[in-house]
Design a protein around this ligand. Structure first.
Ligand SMILES: [Zn+2]
Length: 409
């Protein structure tokens, strides 16, 4: 057995702070191991980082993954996972795990398009089945998308499920307020999120594993006063860490501003608490997020676009994306990225070959692009982390923004 993890804020050790931004680097000392920060956390939504084995995820350099409370409670169920020793044992991932609260998924059913909105997709995308049955102070009743059974999730349920999953970091149950609702709705919803925070913390104090960290979640929509108030209200409850959630705006500029309201406030009231930014992971967003003092990020982007034939490459003009489904890749003899050490590029697989595999509907290509994308993001975070420690972040961030590969920046 390893040493018992330290309590309270000792679980996060800030080792360097940048002199010209809010960036910091450090180490999270978690139950199942350490996580160097700033870090990107790949999604293992249903108990797997899609198409990869845990060993592959580890070899890419990731130290923590994210499990999804909502999906795992529906299938296979938290009790079954607990019988197998928790999510880490069940899926054979030996390192730390963060679980989301399920709030985002539950409320996405009710709000219809909040998931699309937060992820920057069109609000008029494919229709979602509204399986929400009711929302009140207790929580949310909904229908399982697997068998149609009526289910309930409230603050205590979410914490109980996360305790059974045995994650190193649990997130409190919150209402993910969408962008299209009114200021008044945002205010009411944010206040309810704070009441639910209290219920989550008291449930955890009485029943949760001592070694499990609990992060509060800042809401407040795109309103500066509410974001700042929510940040102060969450910090005042003294959770083990603080996540920033909800709709962050219509575009990147607004998102950076909304995040900065929270991090400015946190620099004042909780400078030593670890901070997680929920659901954000584009290359430029990770660079900006680090500058704003975010410690950990999770996002479906690298794995999701990989499965759909798009590689992450150092091309700011195309939002760091290379669409391999396009005919331009048909006879392209280049690697995905020059000098890339990922399992795909280091084997010499060309863009033309990957394009062919996509056309031929061969599953191997999903794995190859996923491996490359996560490798790129892992090296990006390594580079940013080193730059914070060396106090060279402005130059490194500028090089990355102008299209340098992380291993050359
Ligand atoms: Zn590669």
């Amino acid at each position: 057995m390893t040493q018992p993890s330290p309590a309270g804020s000792n679980r996060f050790e800030i080792q360097a702070r940048a002199s010209d931004s809010q960036a910091r680097s450090g180490v999270l000392h978690l139950h199942r191991g350490d996580v160097r920060t700033p870090a990107f956390v790949p999604l293992g939504t249903k108990g797997t980082v899609k198409s990869l084995t845990p060993r592959e995820v580890d070899q890419l350099g990731f130290e923590m993954i994210l499990g999804n409370t909502f999906h795992l409670m529906i299938q296979p169920g938290a009790d079954l996972v607990a019988d197998f020793g928790g999510l880490g044992e069940f899926m054979r991932w030996p390192g730390p795990i963060i679980t989301d609260s399920g709030g985002f998924q539950v409320f996405s059913m009710g709000h219809g398009t909040v998931a699309d909105e937060v992820k920057g997709r069109s609000a008029n995308g494919p229709g979602r089945q509204g399986r929400i049955l009711g929302i009140d102070e207790e929580g949310v009743r909904f229908r399982s998308y697997v068998d149609g059974a009526e289910m309930f999730m409230g603050p205590e349920t979410s914490m109980e499920v996360q305790a059974k999953l045995g994650s190193d970091i649990a997130l409190v149950f919150d209402e993910c307020t969408p962008f299209h609702v009114t200021r008044e709705y945002t205010a009411k919803s944010t206040e309810r999120t704070h009441r639910w925070l209290d219920r989550c913390l008291s449930w955890h104090k009485a029943n949760g594993p001592e070694w499990q960290m609990v992060y509060g979640i800042v809401q407040g929509g795109v309103y500066e006063d509410m974001r700042r108030e929510s940040t102060a209200a969450v910090a005042a409850r003294n959770p083990d860490g603080i996540a920033i959630g909800g709709s962050l705006g219509e575009n990147k500029e607004q998102m950076y501003e909304v995040v900065s309201w929270a991090t400015d406030e946190l620099d004042r009231v909780a400078p030593d608490s670890p901070r997680h930014l929920l659901g954000i992971g584009d290359v430029d967003d990770l660079i900006r997020g680090v500058e704003l003092g975010i410690d950990t990020f999770d996002c479906a982007m690298p794995t999701r676009i990989g499965r759909h034939g798009t590689a992450v490459v150092a091309d700011p003009g195309n939002r760091w994306r290379l669409d391999l489904t396009r005919a331009t890749a048909r006879d392209d003899s280049r690697l995905l990225a020059e000098g890339c050490g990922c399992p795909a590029c280091s084997e010499g697989f060309t863009r033309a070959y990957m394009h062919h595999l996509i056309r031929a509907k061969e599953h191997t290509v999903m794995r190859l692009i996923t491996l490359h994308n996560l490798y790129f993001i892992a090296r990006l975070m390594d580079r940013l982390r080193d730059a914070v420690a060396d106090n060279t972040l402005p130059a490194v961030a500028a090089a990355l923004r102008s299209g340098a590969n992380p291993w050359d920046a």
